[in-house]
Design a protein around this ligand. Structure first.
Ligand SMILES: O=c1ccn([C@@H]2O[C@H](COP(=O)(O)OP(=O)(O)O[C@H]3O[C@H](CO)[C@@H](O)[C@H](O)[C@H]3O)[C@@H](O)[C@H]2O)c(=O)[nH]1
Ligand SMILES: [Mn+2]
Length: 612
């Protein structure tokens, strides 16, 4: 009988949707005057053919076009944000669940430590899924005896680890992470009693033994990676002579696979390894679903497979569903950067070799063929990966990804060409955003060089009236708008009647002269000048103090971006500085205004230091 309750639901994040769309709209609107200015000034330059300004303006136009292009491509992915929730407890009984093959790839024991790889293998073996329906395949692209021997040790340890996890419903089934973080408190019900403490001590000792055995293997086995060897496929089983667990629980299958490699034959890296696993698993377990993991991505939540089944067994989704994707920015080893990806895919496409980002490319092809995918971000991350922790590793990793993205962008599979006929425009745009993101380099080089060189040569690239507009708008906002609001409120509550003060049309010669020369006339009532001068002094003071802090304190880095605002204000309103300090003419800011402003600023600064 069909269960009437849904296995999964999704909600549109309405507030996020409104914010995103508003942002798209506002950003889009602001781009228009920028391009209008760029194009009109370029046409004017073309008419006079002034080479010194044409090239910088033209390069800036290119840079802004690229940035706007990628910005535009990024919009569909923000258009309709959704959250998905799954109900694994509504899944049919274990006997009705389909079987799963887990693929784990490793390539090089020198770069991917055996202990880490084996932890991933063990966490996959310990998934909360019927053991007769779970098969874990480890592809060893290095074909190293170290990895092979370590796999056997991992199997031996799992024979104790898995029953322990099942008995105490351990949530974190990656042993290294479990012993590191002591998560028992999550399940106080199961994990108090003295029996637990005895069992835990026992399993902890076994884990130490396991680690020692790996260290021993590493010490006396060669980590040589042959590029010329036949294949080795072995279903790992209990070896004769090993301690036999008396009441042995049922275990999943673990298979070690080192594919054949020949120097003359391209092996296609991870995609090649995955396709070999597809063929090998077809002979052994041939499960309809596969879970693909990198060797550094351990299972952090044993229910991930069941969570994915909430989509695959949903009769509305399943006919078209190619894969379930879990979030890509969850790491166990980092502070705040980078990417991992754990995916469940149907056996269909084999994995595409074409580019070194086989994950993006395979996903793209599946979507082009009419398959759909779902993305789920549970509050407890299902998988945790390792991210590079040195700049060098990070830059190399991103270079590989971007080589792959460029391979796609520059081919006939370019998402904007290949996609729109096969999938929706918005979906093509999402892939195109990825594929074209390497182009950022061009924009950034232009922006990092051209305005700077033009500044040295005295060539203006942005409209002059933009500066004036900004400056006057700020002056008006800080004074006229403020007082106008007060006035209106006072009038509303009957404390004052509104009046129409006509603007002065009498022209003073000196004032007219200054106006013609573009010099500000600061003969303005103190009521207007004092707030402006006070805020200016405060901004300058905070800039100076802030810079000092950045140079002298360790946490200074956090403050860098924050100095941009006072820096901008200081530069934009430089005429106020001239008016207070440098100018001596009649239009300068009066001494009394400067003095009062300086006094108020000091009081504010004093109070601020008092508060902190
Ligand atoms: O010839 C190879 C090279 C790599 N790998 C494995 O591929 C996985 C990913 O390699 P890694 O060096 O960890 O690359 P990352 O940049 O961290 O991986 C990201 O980028 C890859 C595409 O470049 C995707 O395959 C991964 O899923 C994604 O997490 C690892 O398990 C490797 O062992 C192989 O099996 N054979
Ligand atoms: Mn990785």
């Amino acid at each position: 009988m069909e269960n009437s309750l849904p296995l999964n639901v999704f909600h549109i994040k309405k507030t996020q949707l409104v914010i995103n769309r508003l942002h798209t709209f506002l950003h889009g609107i602001t781009l228009l005057p920028l391009f209008y200015y760029r194009i009109t000034s370029l046409t004017a330059i073309v008419k006079t053919w002034d080479k010194s300004t044409f090239f910088p303006q033209f390069l800036l136009l290119i840079s802004e076009l690229i940035l706007s292009f990628i910005w535009l491509l990024a919009q569909p992915s923000k258009w309709k944000p959704v959250v998905r929730t799954v109900y694994p407890e509504r899944l049919p009984g274990d006997e009705k669940l389909p079987s799963i093959d887990v693929f784990i790839c490793t390539a090089d024991p020198n770069k991917e430590p055996c202990l880490e790889v084996m932890n991933t293998v063990i966490s996959a073996l310990a998934l909360d899924y019927p053991p007769d329906k779970l098969h874990v395949y480890l592809s060893d692209d290095g074909g190293c005896s170290v990895t092979f021997r370590a796999t056997k040790q991992a199997w031996n340890f799992s024979n104790f680890w898995i029953p322990f996890c099942r008995k105490y419903e351990v949530k974190n089934r990656c042993p290294e992470a479990y012993f590191l973080r002591e998560e028992n408190s999550e399940y106080p019900g199961k994990c108090d009693g003295s029996e637990f403490l005895v069992d835990k001590k026992d399993i902890e000792e076994r884990y130490e033994e396991f680690k020692n055995s790996l260290a021993k293997i590493a010490a006396d086995t060669s980590a040589y990676m042959s590029k010329d060897h036949t294949s080795l496929i072995q279903v790992i089983s209990d070896e004769h002579g090993n301690e036999i667990v008396s009441d042995k629980e049922e275990m999943p299958v673990l298979v070690y696979v080192a594919r054949e490699k020949r120097p003359s034959h391209p092996h296609h890296f991870k995609a090649g390894a995955l396709n070999v696993l597809l063929r090998v698993s077809a002979m052994i377990s041939n499960s309809p679903y596969i879970l693909v993991l990198d060797c550094d991505m351990y299972c952090n939540d044993p229910s991930s497979a069941r969570q994915a089944m909430c989509f695959h067994l949903d009769s509305k989704l399943s006919p078209k569903l190619a894969f379930v994707q879990f979030p890509q920015q969850k790491f166990y080893n980092i502070s705040e950067t980078d990417i991992y990806d754990g995916q469940l895919r149907y056996i269909w496409v084999g994995f595409r070799y074409f580019a070194v980002v086989e994950d993006v490319f395979t996903g793209f092809n599946l979507h082009c063929d009419g398959w759909i995918s779902v993305y789920i971000e549970p509050s407890r991350p299902c998988f945790l990966g390792a991210s590079p922790i040195t700049l060098s590793e990070l830059l190399v990793q991103h270079m590989r990804w971007n080589v792959g993205l460029n391979q796609i962008a520059m081919s006939s599979f370019s998402p904007l060409l290949y996609g729109p006929l096969r999938m929706s425009i918005s979906q093509s745009m999402c892939y195109a955003e990825f594929a074209h993101s390497p182009l950022y380099f061009l924009s950034l080089y232009i922006l990092a060089l051209i305005p700077q060189l033009c500044l040295l040569r005295g060539i203006p690239l942005y409209p002059q009236d933009m500066v004036e507009q900004q400056r006057i708008w700020m002056m008006k906002s800080l004074t006229s708008y403020l007082y106008a609001t007060f006035d209106a409120i006072m009038e509303k509550v009957g404390l004052r009647t509104a009046s129409f003060l006509p603007t002065n049309k009498v022209v003073d010669d000196e004032q007219a002269k200054r106006y013609q020369m573009g010099i500000y006339d600061f003969q303005v009532p103190a009521l207007f000048m004092v707030p402006l001068c006070t805020l200016y002094i405060l901004n300058v003071a905070s800039l100076v103090i802030g810079f000092g802090r950045i140079l002298h304190s360790q946490k200074g880095n956090e403050m860098v971006i924050q100095t941009f605002i006072p820096l901008f204000a200081t530069v934009l309103h430089f005429p106020l500085f001239e008016g207070m300090v440098l100018r001596k003419d009649k239009g300068a800011i009066s001494k009394s205004v400067s003095l009062v402003s300086a006094l108020i600023s000091t009081v504010v600064l004093f109070c601020a230091s008092f508060v902190s």
